[in-house]
Design a protein around this ligand. Structure first.
Ligand code: TRP
Length: 380
């Protein structure tokens, strides 16, 4: 098929796929996602300093984010909704979502964090006990250790253990979606996925209900693979505008962190993924083997310079390890010019990583005792 004949259906994104490689530009071209970079000046004006992930283009796309800026500026109520599938250990890819949750919490957003245990059970077919355990002691504990505060505007819940009106939404939503549109969005889909998708729509829309405090503007920060759920949810919101007063959510999309071998970062690829519970020496060992943008020989690298754009270590700096933009720019230049070689650079990254993990893991031990203050786990 010629490129210009292709339509959105030919670029279907599978939010449950394990090997998705998303071509981010397609999201702009076929699905109407807008570049986030255009909004940065307004973000700075309205929120103050943008999150590093915003400044550096890691958060690259959005839908309707202007509405969130407008609402915040006018002093209207704003909330964040996002979620985690508790299917494996918490890694640095998940930390990006945590950083965003905490950023918005500090701005005064109401926070809804969903532990998608129903989805993990039904779609991923994981054991209930395991999923609950991981939800509490990996996801909730790491969020607390990273700085999520407990306050009356912060709600963490398991999909299987929440309040009645939330479930009522899932049941009501089922009336106004067809199999044809589900298949257009998700491809061939079985009941578990239909329910997971409607449940996610309820996750995103329920904060607007009277029972949950009444109307508020909602933003959903997620990885780009979740956009199909947002398209469905926006359509559902339109169909329930009159009946329930629901409005479309805004959303932002971030790039995925690359695994240390240059492929996907995922719990199922532990050698190429750094977990926030990895002992520092284990994490450092993984990092020392990571793919860089280095050349074949030292001589060549001195002459041609390295390629930070292809380097998983540089990406680690951008996403996590370096806060100061000037320091980051310095490393970029030193690499490009051939002054900084990979060995020396990895040593520096390893120091930053080990220091982060040591401090984080001290907080994590204390956080584990507090998870039940934040969330009530399902009884079975
Ligand atoms: N489906 C998401 C995932 O795979 C988890 C999730 C469930 C979610 N409900 C949500 C994410 C609502 C954002 C908003 O990780």
């Amino acid at each position: 098929m010629a490129e210009d004949e292709k339509r959105a259906e030919d670029y279907r994104i599978d939010p449950w796929g394990t090997a998705v490689r998303i071509e981010y530009e397609k999201l702009f071209h076929y699905f109407g996602v807008k570049p986030f970079s255009e909004l940065l000046p307004r973000v700075r004006q309205v929120f103050g300093e943008p999150l590093h992930l915003m400044r550096r283009g890691v958060i690259f796309g959005h839908r309707d984010y202007e509405k969130i800026l407008d609402a915040y500026e006018r002093g209207e109520r704003v909330a964040l909704v996002t979620g985690f599938m508790p299917s494996g250990k918490f890694h640095f890819g998940h930390k990006m979502v945590a950083d965003q949750i905490i950023y918005y919490q500090r701005l005064g957003f109401e926070i809804f964090v969903v532990i998608a245990d129903a989805e993990a059970y039904a779609v991923r077919k994981l054991d209930r006990k395991k999923v609950i355990e991981i939800g509490l002691y990996e996801y909730v504990a790491n969020l607390i250790a990273l700085g999520l505060e407990k306050n009356k505007h912060t709600h963490i819940y398991f999909q299987t253990n929440y309040e009645t009106p939330y479930y009522r939404l899932i049941q009501m939503f089922s009336r106004k979606v067809t199999m044809a549109e589900m298949e257009a969005i998700y491809g061939k889909i079985e009941p578990s996925k239909v329910i997971a998708a409607l449940t996610q729509a309820a996750d995103i829309l329920h904060p607007q209900l009277e029972h949950f405090g009444g109307f508020k503007h909602v933003v959903v920060p997620v990885g780009a693979d979740q956009d199909p759920h947002l398209r469905l949810t926006r359509d559902i919101a339109d169909r329930f505008e009159h009946e329930l007063g629901l409005a479309r959510p805004a959303s932002t999309y971030h790039r995925f962190q690359t695994g240390l071998d240059g492929n996907k970062m995922s719990s199922s690829r532990p050698d190429y993924t750094i977990f926030l519970t990895d002992p520092p020496e284990v994490a450092v060992r993984k990092l020392k083997r990571a793919l860089t943008g280095g050349r074949a020989t030292v001589e060549e690298q001195r002459r041609l310079g390295g390629v930070p754009e292809k380097c998983t270590i540089y990406e680690f700096y951008v996403y996590h390890l370096i806060q100061d933009d000037r320091e980051l720019a310095r490393i970029y230049e030193d690499c490009r010019s051939g002054r900084l070689l990979c060995g020396e650079d990895k040593k520096y990254a390893a120091e930053l990583l080990a220091k982060f993990l040591e401090e984080h893991q001290r907080r994590l031990e204390k956080a584990k005792d507090r998870v039940l203050d934040y969330v009530e786990p399902p009884p079975f």
